[in-house]
Design a protein around this ligand. Structure first.
Ligand code: DGP
Length: 114
């Protein structure tokens, strides 16, 4: 756990969040500022600053997060599709330095992103 990390505090339960899924390795909760009708963040409980900070030993955890994201999408009724986003670093638009997948859905989306 990183002491100054908002998402570590959500994992620890010291900051509230609306959880939609949890297991030993991961947590999924609703984004505070939803960009789409369904907007859930899937995070590892372990503090990893970003995808750029992940190492080989995280490979199975990263795969697990993708599977959790798909499970959350199914649970949220996103049968028509959804978007997974992992903003990474300043140019990637990352604002919270704890690796997370955005599960976005509930409306059709355009490409490329802004
Ligand atoms: P990113 O910009 O990719 O780092 O996404 C961070 C997201 O985290 C952003 O969409 C807003 C969300 N967020 C920030 N602080 C909190 C919080 O305290 N609770 C919840 N549920 N979401 C948060």
């Amino acid at each position: 756990m990183a002491a100054d990390c908002i998402f570590c505090r959500i994992v620890a339960g010291t900051i509230p969040a609306t959880k939609v899924f949890e297991d030993e390795q991961s947590l999924a909760f609703r984004d505070l500022h939803p960009a789409t009708p369904v907007h859930v963040l899937v995070i590892p409980k372990e503090h990893i600053a970003s995808t750029a900070h992940a190492v080989e030993s995280h490979a199975s955890l990263l795969g697990h997060l993708m599977l959790v994201a798909a499970k959350v999408a199914e649970q949220e009724g996103l049968a028509k599709g959804f978007r997974l986003v992992a903003n990474t670093g300043a140019d990637g638009g990352q604002t919270v330095d704890h690796l997370h997948l955005h599960v976005l859905g509930g409306r059709s989306m355009t490409w490329p992103p802004g």
